[in-house]
Design a protein around this ligand. Structure first.
Ligand code: AMP
Length: 400
């Protein structure tokens, strides 16, 4: 069965068509600037040429229509008709406490997702628009919602509660939820599979280091803690997000700079992280790494601060699980930067008996152990594949 995976943002839409039987990618693409002048679609059939063109997209429905046209196009399409798309899987950012698992979409589920809008005002409304657009154009195709938060719903309350008045939890469900759950779940399971060990027997720490970044602790097959919180702002220092800060800084900046809460949130989400810390050198770790090697003080300090924060979370989660068997690196930085991995492992993880295999650490694009055979803790690189995980979940729900 072919599954169309949709990841819908406020003005963009990423898609992949995946054959769930052999788990092969059939085609993928991206619609950008939806509802804005200069909207564009890119489309790549697997093994074929990437096509890019400007195309008016006033709405997400227009974007989905163009996606479906591309997939069924006589010359460059990959299916003859929409009937060959068996189901659609939607990435949904926030499932609140309601969704501990993926689910098939019906009107009740739509209402429950909408009820989580408050918790993710930038993401969930866009995700819903994507679902509604697909339902309009493919009314008879089953659809599933796969939540970024679901995998973390197994966290115990000591991990998810904030030290805030309890009434805020009761009234508004203010607590830690965690994100990137599809990736943490996929990577931790894959690590166990590659090692030939039982998932349920392992203590695994997953470091998802991309433009957004989070760490999670997975013990005996269940997530027990993760670094993102009510929103994806908490935890590690990210591309442009601050991660953990003293909350009093918000008031301090408000007074010093005469900024509103909204303006400060924009600073924390878009102008902070390694971008802010490097004094606007870059949010891209490739630039920072190049700067590091050129001896740029800002780049050196930024990379060291980033790596130190990751190492601190690894330490915290080792304590939370009373040990760790496997540490996994994934996502853009985690998969590609041998330098960051080596910085984290060689500077900070000696107490875990971590010994890096420097040659294995230079490899790319493989599910691989990068620690030596006599390393007390296994360190791995596992390329994440959130789309495949969404396709698998969708297939399971549709056929189950
Ligand atoms: P993601 O959000 O997972 O797509 O990751 C995006 C991040 O990965 C960006 O900050 C990129 O700079 C970073 N990245 C991609 N390739 C490399 C690389 N070769 N070395 C360091 N960082 C990389």
């Amino acid at each position: 069965m072919n599954i169309l995976v949709i990841n819908c943002g406020s003005s963009s839409l990423k898609f992949q068509l995946i054959n769930a039987d052999n788990e092969k990618l059939i085609a993928k693409g991206l619609c950008e600037r939806i509802g804005i002048e200069g909207s564009r679609i890119s489309y790549t059939p697997d093994g074929g040429e990437k096509e890019e063109k400007e195309a008016p997209m006033g709405s997400h429905t227009d974007a989905i229509r163009l996606v479906l046209d591309a997939l069924t196009n006589e010359k460059t399409g990959v299916v003859k008709s929409l009937g060959e798309i068996g189901a659609v899987g939607h990435r949904i950012v926030h499932g609140g406490e309601k969704f501990a698992e993926s689910t098939l979409i019906d009107s009740e589920v739509l209402a429950a997702i909408e009820a989580c809008n408050d918790l993710a005002p930038l993401h969930n409304p866009a995700n819903l628009i994507g679902i509604n657009a697909c339902r309009e154009l493919m009314p008879d195709t089953p659809m599933a919602a796969v939540f970024d938060t679901a995998f973390h719903q197994t966290m115990p309350d000591k991990a998810y509660m904030y030290g805030l008045p309890y009434e805020y939890y009761e009234k508004y469900k203010i607590r830690r939820y965690g994100f990137h759950g599809t990736s943490h779940s996929y990577v931790s399971k894959k690590a166990a599979e590659v090692l030939g060990r039982k998932y349920e027997d392992l203590k695994i720490i997953v470091c998802h280091l991309g433009n957004g970044a989070s760490v999670s602790a997975v013990m005996n097959g269940k997530c027990v803690d993760t670094s993102m919180g009510l929103t994806p702002l908490e935890g590690l220092i990210m591309g442009t997000r601050s991660g953990d800060i003293d909350p009093a800084i918000i008031e301090f900046i408000a007074h010093k700079e005469g900024k509103s809460i909204d303006e400060i949130m924009t600073v924390l989400n878009k102008k902070s992280g390694v971008l802010g810390l490097s004094d606007n050198l870059s949010s891209d770790f490739r630039d920072l790494e190049a700067g590091y090697h050129e001896g740029s003080r800002r780049a050196v300090n930024t990379m060291e601060t980033f790596a130190y924060r990751v190492a601190k979370y690894i330490g915290a989660y080792t304590a939370a699980m009373n040990g760790v068997d496997v540490i996994c690196f994934t996502a853009g930085v985690g998969e590609n930067s041998s330098f960051i991995r080596s910085m984290i492992c060689n500077h900070y993880l000696g107490y875990l008996g971590v010994k890096l295999d420097e040659a294995a650490n230079e490899k790319r694009g493989e599910d691989i152990a990068i620690s030596t055979a006599d390393s007390s803790t296994t360190v791995m690189v596992i390329p994440t594949n959130e789309e495949l995980a969404i396709a698998r979940e969708t297939y399971r729900l549709v056929t189950g």
